[in-house]
Ligand binder design. Structure first.
Ligand code: AMP
Length: 488
């Protein structure tokens, strides 16, 4: 079994890993770290929550520490670009935690907060700078920062960084970077068009992929409930009546939608806060902190929170509205089942969202199993009710109904894409020595997905988790809490 000792890390890094409680490297770490340590450019494709951050942060810390250099005024040795402020903070926290025993400095800069403190922090230079692209360029324009000393560039969530929203900022940033540098790209998804663009930033890169791009997180039990738009709020409160929905992320497509859902939940006496682009940075930080420390049970978010946010013990992700970009679905559900824990993702799908569901199923090559509306809500819910009732009434309702649209034209005995996708995993799961625990769990959860709780109209898997969240459990056992890199 691979061990962190195999990589040749400096002792303070190994000590920090021991404090974090990391015993074995994750697959993306096993594959990426040796190349990153050797100074190679790298394109890493891995699902969210698989340890991508450590896969780049650990070799970077090692490489900086073995070649110490004084920081220059307004300069940084490593630049990590992130699409969102929250992810930027989180990455900086990871560098601080893994580098706690090294004489290296980390800073994070993003928009929505005053410039003053950031400019002062950069004045003496930093070793590692984590930034969102817009604020980075603003600081460069204010002559508070130069990129001429950058030795290593990291693009996290690279597909998002390279898409239309950021590509112009990124091109400007790239022109200011020394051509002689190491570049590391990490992403959970990599559409082909973006992959071609990514090549422009890499020199003779190694490509490592621990799972095919856009594979959904293996341990997330997914389901979809067909429900008319006007019944979605009732459905949400009905699900949240169940205490097994301990820490719940609810995704909407729009900021106003997030506010509406939050108001509804608060009105129903449920602890909920919203996080989206119209909120001020302090509001965003408060909402996330409340959710993180367990004060808030529900966080309602737009896709701003879909990427990279690592909150311990998210038990359920509810897609109140399906995303129109199928990759976003992968990122959203990746907020649960992190770091080896189990998790559930429930999608609410109205008639007009069916094309989105089809795109998601096409991208992930899986049929999302259908579950019925809770019986208390079934009366008077219009067109959705009939479909749900039919789905519930048929034997093997969930998988059968889920694959209806896909299997209708198939010959008897012919397997659906989702059956084909699941089958090898099931075979592996049956072999005691077969694969990782993640694979075994996936096999189990798929089987469990069809079990029903006799006292409820909802399948058992929606009612409670069978595995504890390892990190949540660890924190209850008194594992060390991460020190937060002060936002400047
Ligand atoms: P990431 O994909 O970087 O967001 O990481 C997801 C979670 O996995 C974070 O909470 C990390 O602290 C945790 N993690 C990363 N590497 C390991 C490891 N080797 N062992 C245990 N947990 C890890």
């Amino acid at each position: 079994m691979p061990s962190f000792d195999d990589f040749g890390f400096l002792p303070p890094i190994l000590d920090a890993l021991a404090v974090e409680g990391y015993v074995t490297p994750t697959p993306i770490q096993v594959q990426a770290i040796p190349h990153a340590m050797a100074g190679r450019d790298l394109c890493g494709i891995a699902q969210t929550g698989t340890g991508k951050t450590a896969a780049f942060a650990l070799p970077i810390l090692h490489r900086l520490a073995v070649r110490p250099r004084p920081t220059r005024r307004g300069a940084c040795r490593v630049l990590v670009l992130s699409p969102t402020r929250e992810l930027a903070s989180q990455i900086a926290d990871s560098f601080t935690a893994y580098g706690r025993g090294l004489p290296l400095s980390t800073a994070v800069v993003f928009g929505g907060v005053p410039f003053g403190a950031q400019q002062r922090r950069l004045a003496s230079g930093v070793d590692i700078l984590v930034a969102t692209p817009g604020r980075l360029l603003d600081l460069i324009d204010r002559r508070a920062l130069v990129l001429s000393e950058v030795e290593i560039l990291v693009l996290d969530e690279a597909d998002r960084m390279l898409d239309l929203g950021f590509i112009h900022a990124l091109k400007r940033i790239a022109r200011l970077l020394p051509p002689q540098r190491q570049t590391l790209l990490f992403s959970a998804t990599m559409p082909r068009s973006i992959a071609a663009l990514a090549e422009d930033y890499l020199a003779d890169p190694v490509r490592v992929a621990v799972a095919p791009a856009a594979t959904t997180v293996e341990r997330v039990e997914q389901s979809v409930i067909f429900v008319p738009n006007e019944r979605k709020r009732d459905l949400l409160t009905a699900l949240l009546d169940n205490p097994s929905f301990e820490r719940v992320l609810v995704f909407t497509r729009t900021k106003h939608g997030a506010d509406r859902v939050t108001r509804h939940l608060v009105g129903a006496g449920i602890d909920a806060a919203a996080i989206h682009g119209n909120k001020s940075q302090p509001q965003r930080e408060r909402a996330l902190a409340g959710f993180r420390n367990g004060n808030g049970r529900v966080l309602v978010a737009t896709d701003i929170a879909a990427r990279g946010i690592d909150v311990e013990g998210v038990s359920h992700v509810i897609n109140f509205e399906l995303p129109n970009v199928p990759e976003d679905y992968v990122h959203r559900i990746g907020r649960t089942a992190r770091a080896g824990a189990a998790g559930m993702a429930v999608a609410f799908c109205s008639d007009d969202e069916r094309p989105y569901l089809r795109s998601i199923e096409k991208l992930t090559t899986l049929s999302v199993p259908v579950v019925p509306m809770p019986s208390a809500l079934r009366h008077g819910n219009g067109g959705g009710e009939d479909r749900v009732e039919r789905a519930a009434a048929s034997p093997g309702a969930r998988s059968g109904a889920a694959s209806q649209s896909v299997t209708r034209q198939r010959a008897p005995g012919q397997r659906t894409p989702s059956q084909r996708a699941i089958e090898p995993v099931r075979q592996k799961a049956r072999r005691p020595e077969g694969g990782t625990s993640g694979v075994t769990e996936r096999g189990n959860t798929r089987r469990d997905a069809t079990r029903r709780d006799p006292g409820s109209s909802l399948p058992a898997f929606l009612l409670g988790r069978e595995q504890s969240h390892s990190r949540a459990a660890a924190s209850r056992r008194g594992a060390p809490q991460r020190k937060r890199t002060p936002a400047i």
